[in-house]
Write a protein that binds this ligand. Structure first.
Ligand code: ARG
Length: 460
């Protein structure tokens, strides 16, 4: 048991209490950012004349050696320490002696952990942003190759109107693009530095908070020291963004699962991204998509958990806040793995184009286009809607599609119908004539893809 705060106590902490109180088991992953923060803090202490240059140099040297030794496997982070901060400080003192004891001057673990979590979250946010960019690249590639791959579009999971695979996937492209935008917005609010807030009321030392903020890549120091140690909004915002990303991935997964089913057969998953059944030899299961859909729940859970932990906390720091870590780390790991795996699955999937197009030909997806055709012949839309409804009923009875009816049969419903109707309601025409901005028609989808190509080129 190695504690930083024994002085006031007459007895040792009970072992079970120590273990219950400790966070080293999970905050060990903050080692690197903890050291980064201590380097900046000690440099500033030196610049302000609070420690000497020699002390500062020894502190830096000791901290870098601790990091090297942990990364090189020569030093283990063990549970004899309460948390990563105690581990680093105790090790530093063991290594360099007296100067090590000065590192914590003008600092509290409260602002230290607030800083560490912010730095760690910022790194993970950037990582997730990059993963999303890669996923967008995969989606773009599929869209680009499938500008005219016709498929049915659905509403209420009923065939609605014909569209293209590029158009369908374009919706997900937009979602993930917005997710990236959300991350960038969050980053701006996150990027303020709590270091120098002390325990909650700042310190009596002449700390230069703007200097440490700049050194650590922040836009500035947080303006209120109580807020500095208490705020976890940035984490909740990030977890909210992860929850939304997971919701998008989950919807996409749901579609992949449906499309992979025997009823749809729109896609074939690559063997490397599917699994078999231990009893049914014919099975090829979409486990990755199902897991992504399933893991969405645990990311939502982390968000709810931390929101609930925070909701009753009086200012400023309370130990409850230690509970922000495991859920947050799990959500970050889960979302990162899901985005990565989903991209891999998507880039190896094969689309059954004939099957998709044939499916678009059923279910009267061109009914709206027949109504539009009649409007073009001078029939008011509401009347046209009624006429086509009767045509559909007739077809259902006969067991055929609209384009399989003879011209005479069609004329029986509306005298305005002529030979050109067949071209007007051909699937390709139905898609091509949808040229409004955001629609699947060739010119519209070309314009969309061009815009997204420029977007992808512009992002780092
Ligand atoms: N392990 C703690 C946490 O994660 C660090 C801060 C401890 N501060 C304190 N005053 N006990 O929140």
């Amino acid at each position: 048991m190695a504690q930083l705060w024994g002085g006031r106590f007459e007895k040792n902490t009970d072992d079970v209490v120590f273990a219950f109180n400790a966070s080293i088991g999970f905050d060990c992953r903050l080692l690197k950012v903890d050291i980064e923060g201590s380097i900046a803090h000690s440099s500033m202490l030196c610049k302000q004349g609070i420690i000497t240059e020699d002390e500062c140099r020894q502190i830096h040297d000791g901290l870098y050696r601790i990091q090297d030794d942990v990364e090189g496997g020569r030093l283990q982070i063990t549970d004899e320490y309460e948390d990563v901060h105690s581990f680093v400080e105790s090790n530093l003192i063991d290594r360099i002696g007296e100067p090590g004891k000065k590192l914590h001057t003008g600092r509290s673990r409260n602002d230290q952990v607030a800083l560490d979590m912010r730095l760690y979250t910022r790194n993970r946010l950037d990582e997730i942003n990059t993963l999303l960019r890669d996923l967008l690249g995969v989606i773009y590639g599929i869209m680009d190759a499938n500008r005219d791959t016709i498929m049915p579009g659905f509403t209420h999971l009923q065939k609605a109107q014909p569209t293209t695979l590029a158009h369908h996937l374009g919706a997900y492209f937009e979602m993930f693009k917005r997710d990236r935008g959300r991350l960038s917005d969050i980053r701006k609010r996150l990027n303020e530095c709590p270091l120098g807030s002390g325990a909650m009321a700042g310190t009596t030392y002449p700390l230069d908070r703007e200097l440490t903020a700049k050194e650590l890549g922040f836009d500035g120091a947080m303006l209120n020291s109580m807020d500095g140690v208490s705020d976890r909004d940035y984490l909740l915002e990030f977890l909210s963004a992860l929850a939304i990303i997971m919701m998008h991935l989950s919807r996409f997964s749901e579609e992949i699962i449906l499309w992979n089913s025997d009823e749809y057969r729109f896609v074939e998953l690559d063997d490397a991204y599917s699994t078999g059944s231990s009893i049914m030899p014919q099975k090829k299961n979409p486990d990755i998509a199902e897991l992504v859909r399933g893991k969405t729940g645990r990311v939502y859970g982390s968000l709810m958990g931390i929101l609930t932990t925070m909701k009753g906390l009086p200012l400023a720091y309370n130990k409850d806040m230690q509970e922000d870590k495991e859920g947050a780390f799990d959500a970050m790991d889960t979302a990162a793995a899901c985005i990565r795996l989903f991209g891999g699955m998507l880039s190896t999937i094969s689309f059954n184009k004939p099957r998709m197009e044939a499916s678009a030909g059923g279910g009267f997806t061109n009914a709206t286009d027949l109504a539009d055709y009649l409007v073009g012949k001078g029939v008011p839309f509401r009347d046209a809607h009624g006429i086509v409804g009767r045509v559909v009923l007739y077809c259902i009875d006969k067991g055929c599609s609209i384009d399989e009816l003879s011209l005479d049969e069609l004329k029986g419903f509306a005298k305005e119908i002529q030979e050109d109707v067949y071209n007007a309601i051909a699937l390709k025409t139905c898609v091509d004539r949808r040229l409004t901005k955001g629609a699947p028609g060739q010119a519209a989808i070309d314009a969309f893809l061009e815009q997204e190509r420029i977007y992808l080129e512009g992002v780092e």
